[in-house]
Design a protein around this ligand. Structure first.
Ligand SMILES: NC(=O)c1ccc[n+]([C@@H]2O[C@H](COP(=O)([O-])OP(=O)(O)OC[C@H]3O[C@@H](n4cnc5c(N)ncnc54)[C@H](OP(=O)(O)O)[C@@H]3O)[C@@H](O)[C@H]2O)c1
Length: 248
């Protein structure tokens, strides 16, 4: 089988790196995009050592929506086509700060929803033209039901779920799969020092194994780890009055 051609948008994310390592070990050709050049170069060097058969990198701040289409074109050209793409970037603001300053909430929604949806569309349209490909996006269990503790962030992921679901339905008829990934809390820089019970954080490599499997199988929704599917099914079914009594 020829090496996989994989585009990672937000390649310095800890979860994205762990997924990219799995593809590198399989000899994939990788296109990596992130906004920090120095860190991106370190990530690329590591993936080369791990077995990536080709590496292309570009620096971009995804809030610059007008750059998305050309960026994806260049990545597609560099790899000679796209088999897999993963939209991985995101931010998790402190809820109290986001409630006190709507600019912080707005930046979260712009980053996690607006820029991610724009990238999904840019990649999706190119895969649609090619009539093939799998397009994944890192959403979150936080998007399944708004909770007092993190509904600013959760709302951005809920919107992303709706977008990815609709895009997936549209592209299913065109030979393209859209995979919405919903991790529970994972031990990465995003959650460092932020969890009341750090023992509940999942290991990033375990989560990446599940994501890699979901991308390869083209599952529409991937909970990572898998038990979050059951947890969220129950949480979503709880009547509001009972849900409101749970700790945020
Ligand atoms: N960790 C968790 O518990 C968890 C759970 C569920 C879902 N997720 C989701 O998984 C994804 C990855 O999270 P992670 O845990 O791997 O966090 P992470 O290591 O903190 O990575 C977040 C990445 O997003 C990048 N980013 C943020 N804004 C950007 C922008 N405007 N343009 C380009 N890149 C931008 C950051 O770049 P810089 O390094 O330059 O800031 C960083 O590489 C996120 O979408 C997150 O919401 C995480």
């Amino acid at each position: 089988m020829p090496p996989r051609r994989v585009l990672i948008l937000g390649a310095t994310s800890a979860i994205a790196q762990a997924v990219a390592r799995r593809y590198a070990q399989g000899g994939a050709r990788l296109a990596l995009v992130a906004r920090n050049r120095q860190y991106l170069d370190v990530v690329a060097a590591d993936l080369r050592i791990r077995g990536a058969s080709a590496l292309w990198t570009e620096v971009a701040d995804f809030l610059e929506l007008e750059r998305h289409a050309a960026l994806v074109d260049r990545a597609q050209q560099a790899l000679g086509g796209l088999d897999i793409a993963l939209v991985a970037h995101g931010v998790l603001p402190l809820q109290a700060e986001a409630l006190a300053d709507s600019r912080i909430a707005g930046l979260c929604w712009q980053t996690n929803f607006v820029s991610a949806a724009s990238l999904l569309e840019a990649v999706g349209q190119r895969m649609e033209e090619a009539g093939r490909g799998t397009l994944g996006v890192l959403s979150s269990v936080a998007g399944d039901r708004g909770r007092a503790e993190n509904y600013v962030y959760g709302a951005s992921k809920a919107a992303l779920n709706a977008y990815a679901g609709g895009l997936g339905q549209r592209l299913a008829k065109k030979g393209v799969r859209v995979v919405t990934v919903k991790p529970g809390p994972v031990a990465t820089p995003m959650t460092a020092g932020r969890m009341r019970r750090p023992g509940l954080l999942s290991d990033v490599d375990e989560v990446a194994r599940r994501i890699h499997r979901g991308l390869e199988a083209g599952w529409p929704v991937v909970y990572a780890p898998a038990y979050w599917r059951l947890v969220m099914t129950i949480l979503k079914l709880l009547p509001t009055r009972i849900f409101e009594r749970l700790r945020g």
